[in-house]
Design a binder for this molecule. Structure first.
Ligand code: UD1
Length: 434
């Protein structure tokens, strides 16, 4: 089923349970490549990105067993192939973690350049910089990343400074460094909760990793690691997406599994807009209390800042706030393409090349439309929509659910990449769709 016909204008009401975090599962699964032995992961999201990465491991020779709906066991004792299948790897962004894990374990990797959502150039120069600092030779040609450690076959600890704070590069370099000979100092790193979840896994495996307040990780290489059992943290992006849906549709959603510490920055913004929430041990209830929503100015940033992936669903809710809201996107140069269909549905959103905010921003004077001004409230009207990417697609869906009249939303499979049992959740919330 790749398209939904949505009859919008009905508040979403009910309870849904969010899944494990996609951005934690996709590095934690490849970490299994670092050992001979069983690695057990619980709370694995049932999404297509995870299915693909597990399939890649199977093709490399891993024994992957599904224990139940959300638990898998992976045993990489018999890896026979280190060439990652092209067609599978090109479909996801996270395939780049296979470079770090294979290089760290075997000193050799051949991995297709990653796919994923089009949010700008999305280079992987910082990942490569890290591998090279640890003694690898890396060559990118014909759509493939060739990485190998000449001579001894084992990476050596090194000093790495990331010029751009990158979630992917931080975790990839960590995966490579845990079995390297000697110490690796990784500074200018990201410290998202999903990264700390990977650190927890690596520590369970026997790695020695510490982190300083200045976002420097110190990794002391060890000779060998062991299997792990880990329950992955829940998905704070999914939680914020449903929270935004509650606001945009005048609804009331209990998001089971949502946790406060990972969502503090989002919760502050949600409250400033006028949304209500109630935090319990089981999850967070988000609702629209009635009356006007208030506009806000936000700037996306690395953790603990306002996450870039939260921005898109929230913008839909901001179209219903009373006044001018401003969103300054400082992580991706091209993350506002999704606003065009919103404007066609009736939203008033203008994009600017200027930095509309005060955070240091790489895109200043670089001709990227990376700031948005949203004027609300504007009624939205249903229309035909082609889902452009994962988070943008979810925001279009929210817009369709909030809009008056029918919307035909095509390309739903892109949303399946990051939201488990999407259809079941919409049903549980009383959405009118087919
Ligand atoms: C991860 C998340 C994604 C999230 C993003 C930022 C996964 C699978 N995806 O993506 O959901 O939106 O973090 O929180 O975990 N960059 C470079 N060179 C590099 C690496 C990155 O220029 O070598 C740039 C990117 O183009 C981007 C910025 O740095 O503009 C941040 O990217 P990064 O944090 O690496 O994002 P991902 O890890 O790909």
């Amino acid at each position: 089923m790749t398209k939904y016909l949505i009859e919008g204008g009905h508040p979403l009401h009910g309870t849904i349970e969010i899944s494990g975090a996609k951005n934690a599962a996709v590095p934690i699964i490849p970490a299994a490549l670092l050992v001979d032995g069983v690695c057990r992961i619980e709370n694995v999201p049932q999404i297509s990105d995870v299915t693909l990465i597990l399939q890649i491991l199977r093709e490399l020779g891993a024994d992957v067993r599904t224990i139940n709906r959300t638990t898998v066991e992976i045993d990489c004792s018999h890896i026979r192939n280190r060439q990652v299948p092209y067609e599978l790897a090109r479909k996801i962004r996270a395939s780049y973690y296979l470079v770090g894990a294979l290089l760290g374990r075997f000193g050799w990797a051949e991995v297709p350049l990653p796919g994923g959502c089009n949010l700008g150039g999305r280079p992987i120069d910082q990942h490569i910089k890290g591998f090279v600092a640890m003694g690898a030779e890396v060559d990118v040609r014909n759509g493939l990343i060739y990485a190998q450690v000449p001579g001894r076959g084992c990476l050596a600890g090194g000093q790495v400074y990331l010029d751009i704070v990158s979630v992917g590069a931080t975790m990839n370099i960590m995966l490579a460094a845990v079995l390297a000979e000697g110490k690796t100092e990784l500074s200018g790193a990201a410290t998202e909760p999903e990264i700390m979840d990977l650190v927890c896994v690596l520590q369970k495996m026997g790695a020695i990793i510490s982190v300083d307040v200045d976002r420097t990780f110190r990794i002391e290489g060890v000779k060998e690691l062991q299997g792990y059992t880990h329950t992955s943290l829940t998905d704070r992006i999914e939680a914020a997406s449903w929270a935004s849906a509650a606001l945009a549709t005048h609804g009331d959603i209990f998001v089971k599994g949502a946790t406060q510490p990972e969502m503090m920055t989002f919760l502050n913004v949600f409250r400033k807009i006028g949304g209500e929430f109630d935090i319990t041990d089981k999850g967070i209830r988000f609702w629209h209390p009635g009356g006007d929503l208030k506009p806000v100015a936000i700037e996306t940033d690395v953790h603990p800042g306002f996450m870039t992936d939260w921005q898109q669903p929230l913008v839909v809710a901001l179209t219903q706030a009373n006044g001018l809201s401003i969103v300054h996107e400082t992580v991706y140069e091209n993350r506002f393409g999704f606003t065009k269909p919103l404007v066609e549905m009736g939203a008033t959103i203008q994009l600017y090349r200027e930095c509309l905010g005060s955070l240091p921003c790489r895109f200043r004077q670089r001709n990227y439309k990376h700031s948005a001004v949203i004027f609300g409230p504007t009624p939205l009207t249903g229309r035909d929509i082609d889902v452009p990417d994962l988070r943008g697609g979810f925001s279009h869906l929210i817009a369709a659910l909030a809009a008056k009249g029918p919307s035909n939303v095509q390309g739903i499979s892109l949303i399946d990449r990051g939201y488990a049992d999407f259809r079941g959740k919409l049903e549980a919330l009383g959405a009118d769709f087919d």
